[in-house]
Design a protein around this ligand. Sequence first.
Ligand code: ATP
Ligand code: MG
Length: 200
Amino acid sequence: MTDSSTNETNDPVTPETSRRGLILINTGPGKGKTTAALGTAFRAAGNGMRVLILQFLKGSWHYGELDSVPALGTALGSKEDPTMVIKQMGRGFVKVGGAETDPEDLRMVQAAWDEAAEAILSEDWDLIVLDEINYAIGYKMLDPQAVADVLARKPEMTHIILTGRNAHPILIELADTVTEMREVKHAYQKGILAQKGIEF
Ligand code: ATP
Ligand code: MG
């Protein structure tokens, strides 16, 4: 008997009528939250979808994806209208614990969220990655309920991925797919520092 939910190659069959935008969360202490989101972005872009990646808090390090994403976005779209866009919305570090939140960090998170909310509601993008947004929420720089309220109003076909440890329960409740990366071991524990192409 043929399973109607799969085809001959066992790939999922997705009739047009069952297409819908998902909310996904990559969380947990293990490595792979951002890179899995970038992998999904790569997959979506190859399907002709428009992808926006907004990186909360990040800013000082030069990550490889800052060059790969525009190259691919321009190749699949055009220089004037790239189909993949990435923006760092922070300055690469935030002071947490003890000291009060720096107003400049707060301002940058607020600006990032304003841009994210506008993008989510715009229908201009098929996939939006809100990279490290869970940290901004965890550091109490962003209200999880405000994020949930916008996600609840997102256009039906828009996919959203949120990354970062300790995803807020309100957002986990709202999401369709939540993956928790579990750390089995990490090179850092042996004192091995971040490696080009793997960590940045
Ligand atoms: P990646 O960007 O590599 O997918 P991530 O998004 O899962 O990592 P973040 O919490 O955003 O993880 O932290 C980013 C940086 O911290 C990366 O350089 C990553 O290798 C490192 N990192 C992630 N998990 C661990 C861990 N368990 N121990 C030490 N360093 C880690
Ligand atoms: Mg990350």
